[in-house]
Design a protein around this ligand. Structure first.
Ligand SMILES: [Zn+2]
Length: 314
């Protein structure tokens, strides 16, 4: 019996509502299952709310993390853009330098009459595949990692660096014929030994001493004041410096390449046999020694042992 009463009591719960300004008390009788249902719904609502709050915090954390990453990427992007611009500048400067070197080398060869024999080298340089990325203007693109562009530029720079090594070797090779040509140009008799006009030309003429009969004048006479410098007309070696009969005090230079020059009637010699001389170096002082009637320089040019008209080389 007691057990049955307990069971009956637990089946329903009565809620009393007592309003303060009313006398009537309101009753609400609810079965126990309804109370349980309300409790379950209440717990479900609380759990849902808690879950939402937790998710909200999670998304906020993710958003904050993303913002941090975007900020870091933007910073990296700015630094990379600067690096790329710098590398691109370096690449352009290096390429221009290579092109300039080719031009200068070509001009040197042209100026000394050498053919440009390095066509394949020139073409190889000019067609160098420089796959430079487009110039990137700062702030216009969304931030992104541009490591690939930097790698591409570095590859271009490496290619250019290899080209400069090839160019250096080619320039070295080119220097041999250039130096040979320059040595030839320095040696070939050029210009007059003194800056005076011709007083007697090369070729057949009346004997200047006896004024009778003709003779072959093997050089040109350049009228000069006494005691002024007589200059070498090309690089070479003095093969004779001394007295030689009608030439008086004479200097003979061998220039190589079959050329010799002779400077006669000097009052004083400034070089010795065996001495190496450069174009423009003073060899002697003008005079009138030997078969001469007045101070002048008798100047001869020989090619492979045969006298030629020196005027060809003035
Ligand atoms: Zn003469």
């Amino acid at each position: 019996m007691k057990k049955a009463i307990t069971k009956k009591r637990l089946k329903k719960i009565t809620l009393l509502f007592i309003p303060e300004n009313e006398t009537k008390v309101r009753k609400l009788r609810l079965p126990i299952w309804a109370i349980k249902a309300i409790f379950v719904v209440f717990i479900a609502c609380i759990s849902f709310a808690c879950l939402n709050i937790k998710e909200s915090f999670k998304y906020k954390a993710i958003a904050a993390n993303n913002n941090k990453k975007i900020y870091e990427l933007t910073e990296l992007n700015i630094a990379q853009k600067k690096q790329i611009a710098k590398l691109q500048d370096s690449t352009v400067v290096m390429k221009d330098q290579i092109d300039d070197n080719i031009k200068v080398l070509g001009e040197i060869k042209k100026s000394i009459g050498l053919a440009n024999t390095n066509d394949s080298f020139d073409n190889a340089i000019l067609s160098a595949e420089l796959s430079l990325p487009e110039m990137i203007s700062e702030g216009t693109n969304s931030p992104s990692d541009m490591s690939n562009e930097i790698v591409k530029i570095n590859i271009s720079l490496e290619k250019l660096s290899e080209k400069t090594i090839v160019q250096k070797e080619e320039i070295k090779k080119s220097m041999a014929p250039i130096n040979a040509k320059l040595a030839y140009l320095r040696a070939v008799p050029t210009g007059k030994p003194i800056n005076d006009s011709i007083s007697a030309a090369y070729g057949t003429r009346i004997n200047p001493i006896t004024h009778r009969g003709s003779e072959f004048h093997k050089g040109v006479d350049l009228g000069a004041k006494f005691g002024v410098n007589v200059y070498a007309t090309g690089d070479g070696e003095v093969i004779f410096a001394g007295w030689n009969g009608g030439y008086g005090n004479v200097v003979i230079i061998s220039h190589g390449y079959g050329f010799t020059t002779l400077y006669a009637h000097n009052s004083k010699l400034l070089v010795k046999t065996g001495e190496k001389v450069k174009r423009g170096q003073a060899l002697a002082k003008t005079g009138s020694t030997g078969r001469s009637t007045a101070p002048h320089v008798h100047y001869e040019v020989k090619v492979n042992g045969k006298n030629v008209n020196p005027v060809k080389y003035f």
